[in-house]
Design a protein around this ligand. Structure first.
Ligand code: PMP
Length: 367
């Protein structure tokens, strides 16, 4: 045997469970209709697709600061462009936020069933992840606040949360923020923010504008239909954006990504159509599930583009997951996230949701 010592990852890196993405193929390699990753069933704005051709030449490095895109996002959201940082997906922003503000000996808090990247982001920088108990699969503000110590550096809240779909209303978010020490960074991850009904807005963008310790993150992967281009952004106080800019990838948005995102921001009609489609189909799908009654099928309330269904009766989530694969659909069963009774289904087209609801009803009647 080779006794030469080999490089050892830091112990906190070895403790990480790698992110498990939603699958897109069945066990036999057969392609399936993918409702496992919360992508946009309407695809991508035609204007954004057309803009691909206008992207700067691939031989040239992209604009390192994504200036045109940040200006457009700033106009759309009423935020100075200087207070926007771009990321290779909002994942990059989550990671660099943890890295900039926490390290070994520090604590990062998120809620049980919170987005799985928070655990990786916390461990990656050597900080200790602290998991707050949930309140019926949602954020329990008091339980979270009870865990704050003088070692707490960052709190992650996804609003709406993935995979539960739960939503923390503006009043609760403001209460959480008000009770946090001002030197703790509150990251409000709004990857699904554009799907929230305007009347229910959580106020996070306004909070990020006036508070010195709030970072809001958003993505082009969901409502903008650009998951494959890896584009995310964050906004907060100047000193937060400055810290993140020091450590983000220097050319983190490709030429194509910048060109497509710029056109996508200009096409708000596509965003509106996606929001309307999602609301209509999610409402119909949840109503169909609720009408099944007596089978222990519980769709959790969702403000996002997916629904987490809990199977609490004779029919198991695993059976439905496998049964839907027989119907040609891949969904997200969540045993690895402490939810062996949970199945997360992305809202697809009307026909897809009808087919899925009918298949679940049939399985429930047979169980
Ligand atoms: N936050 C949440 C809550 C998510 O569900 C996702 C996507 N799974 C992300 C962030 C990251 O998305 P992206 O890196 O594609 O922007």
């Amino acid at each position: 045997t080779d006794l030469t010592p080999f490089p050892q990852p830091k112990p906190w890196i070895s403790a990480i469970h790698a992110y498990v993405p939603g699958k897109s193929k069945g066990a036999d390699g057969r392609p399936l209709t993918k409702l496992s990753a919360n992508e946009n069933p309407l695809g991508t704005s035609a204007a954004a697709l057309a803009a691909r051709a206008d992207a700067a030449a691939p031989a040239l490095y992209p604009d390192p600061d994504s200036n045109a895109l940040r200006a457009a996002l700033g106009d759309l959201h009423g935020v100075p462009a200087a207070r926007i940082v771009m990321g290779t997906g909002s994942d990059e922003i989550l990671h660099i936020a943890a890295q900039a503000y926490a390290g070994p000996g520090d604590e990062i808090i998120y809620v049980r069933y919170g987005f799985s990247v928070y655990d990786i982001a916390a461990r990656r920088c050597g900080a200790t992840p602290i998991v707050a108990p949930d309140a019926d699969y949602g954020t329990d503000v008091d339980a979270l606040l009870a865990l704050v110590t003088d070692r707490t550096r960052v709190v992650f809240v996804a609003n709406p949360n993935n995979p539960t779909g739960s939503f923390l209303p503006a009043g609760d978010l403001a209460r959480l923020h008000a009770a946090l020490p001002s030197d703790v960074l509150l990251v409000v991850d709004q990857a699904y923010g554009e799907y929230v009904a305007p009347a229910d807005e959580d106020g996070a963008l306004a909070l990020a504008e006036r508070a010195g310790n709030v970072l809001v993150t958003r993505t082009f992967s969901k409502i903008y239909g650009l998951a494959g281009e890896r584009i995310g952004w964050g906004t907060g106080a100047d000193h937060i954006i400055d810290a993140l800019n020091r450590i983000r990838g220097p050319f983190n948005l490709s030429n194509t990504a910048q060109a497509m995102a710029l056109a996508a921001v200009a096409d708000q009609a596509f965003v509106e159509a996606s929001r309307t489609h999602n609301l209509e189909q999610r409402t119909r799908f949840v109503a169909a599930l609720e009408a099944m009654g007596n089978h222990g099928i519980r769709p959790l309330p969702s403000q996002a583009n997916f629904v987490l269904i809990l199977f609490e009766g004779a029919l198991s989530a695993q059976t439905v997951y496998e049964g839907l694969m027989e119907h040609g659909y891949i969904t997200r069963w969540l045993p690895n996230q402490g939810l062996p009774h949970g199945l997360r289904i992305t809202i697809g087209t009307a026909a897809q949701m009808d087919e899925i609801a009918a298949a679940i009803r049939q399985m429930a009647e047979r169980a």
